[in-house]
Design a protein around this ligand. Structure first.
Ligand code: NAD
Length: 387
């Protein structure tokens, strides 16, 4: 043995992002970002580091900030140690976050990599000449930027609107990470458990499949009859909502809408049931409504586990994981979606930025989906590595 070394999670993630590593190797030759500065506003956590280092391999100067409430100090330290300029603090304060966004734009980056539209919305208000365009990661960012198209008038490619992102992350990765989170929070079995999944969109499909594969009996409740028919034909039971709640040992919401399980459902919830949410906002399970119900005698909290037990006056108890926040980003050691799904999504990011840097796209490409040839390129590259 020559040498051994002690490595961090950032190293583990970087070495697991094989597609980004291959892209970085190509970028070292092609240097698509030579002479350009990229301003980024995306969660500063280990998976993002792999993307940022790929952009730097392509010759980019980077100025980076994060999003509200998700900046990991170890990641910031790591990036700074690599000589990357970071303006970010772990904060829930929009003003403090706004100051970081302003600091990024004061550097007048040529390209922006945005997550939620924070940077582009500011650039629409205070335009500067050398901004070529960039990328937006999310649906919410797309919705925010569409009304600003006239003012932005530059290519902005929306990563969420790629079929790869839809099936690699929303379908497969969210299902897996919600399943992993159930085990991580509870250390309880899934075998023989009756699971009800609310919402059979991309995220619900993956979730239902993962629990079925783990020997649970899974039912699906969706408000849309066509989607419910799809669940039925996929082999899931599709009972009426009341029946589904009454029978479930595990209730999972992944709809994107509020009050999917609310205080009015308290009479239906089975003794011992576990409730968890995978939707973006912590409003799908009305935990506050439960606490305030006259039918509830009290609650107990397992602080370190982030499990709350609701005690009903009639003697039943049930448990809520992570206060109803996205379970895969809550609780002890939350890891989020799989590295491979982010490797794919972030390679789409790198390729889209490369496309914008090349020029050739104009204002007609303002807030549009990932071009189909980039989807094909990324899919082929991933398959090549997998063969
Ligand atoms: N946890 C994560 O890492 C993660 C990742 C991606 C997306 N998300 C979030 O997951 C949620 C779902 O995303 P998606 O891509 O599957 O959305 P989607 O729009 O594809 O699917 C949502 C489904 O919920 C159904 N629905 C709506 N109201 C309902 C109700 N009252 N009862 C039952 N079903 C109802 C809809 O008919 C639809 O089929 C969103 O909030 C999204 O932001 C989370």
């Amino acid at each position: 043995m020559d040498q051994s070394s002690s490595l961090s999670r950032i190293d583990w993630v970087a070495r697991s992002c094989r597609l980004l590593a291959a892209t970085a190797a190509e970028f070292r030759d092609t240097r698509p970002f030579a002479g350009l500065t990229i301003g980024t506003g995306i969660h500063l956590e280990p998976k993002t580091v792999a993307l940022l280092m790929t952009l730097r391999a392509g010759g980019a100067d980077l100025v980076c900030t994060g999003n509200l409430n998700s900046t990991q100090p170890e990641t910031v330290d790591y990036l700074r140690a690599q000589g990357i300029k970071v303006f970010a603090t772990q904060t829930r304060d929009p003003e403090e976050h706004g100051a970081s966004l302003d600091a990024i734009l004061a550097e007048k980056p040529d390209l922006l990599l945005d997550n939620g539209g924070d940077l582009f919305a500011r650039a629409a208000d205070t335009p500067y000449a050398n901004l070529l365009g960039g990328t937006e990661e999310t649906t919410s960012g797309r919705t925010r930027l569409i009304p600003m198209r006239d003012r932005l008038d530059m290519p902005i490619l929306v990563i969420n609107d790629s079929p790869i992102k839809q099936f690699a992350e929303n379908k497969h990765a969210v299902g897996q990470s919600l399943f992993e989170s159930y085990l991580r929070f509870t250390n309880r079995s899934t075998n023989g458990k009756r699971v009800t999944v609310f919402g059979y969109g991309a995220c619900g499909k993956g979730t239902a499949a993962c629990f079925r594969n783990a020997f649970s009996t899974v039912s699906v409740v969706d408000i849309d009859p066509v989607t419910t028919l799809e669940a039925h034909l996929d082999g899931f039971s599709t009972p009426l909502r009341e029946v589904a709640i009454r029978s479930a040992d595990i209730l999972i919401t992944v709809t994107g809408y509020p009050d999917i399980i609310a205080a009015t459902d308290l009479p239906l919830i089975r003794d011992g049931a576990i409730l968890m949410n995978g939707g973006h906002f912590p409003h799908e399970i009305d935990a506050e409504g439960f606490r305030n119900s006259p039918d509830v005698a009290g609650t107990d909290r397992y602080e370190a586990e982030q499990i709350e037990t609701v005690r009903m006056r009639d003697g039943r108890t049930f448990h809520i994981l992570g206060g109803g926040h996205m379970a895969n980003l809550a609780g002890p050691r939350p890891l989020g979606n799989t590295i491979e799904s982010m490797d794919l999504g972030f390679t789409l990011q790198a390729r889209c930025l490369e496309r914008v840097a090349k020029g050739g796209l104009g204002g007609e490409a303002c807030v549009i989906p990932v071009p189909a040839d980039i989807d094909a390129l990324v899919a082929s590259a991933y398959l090549d590595l997998a063969r």
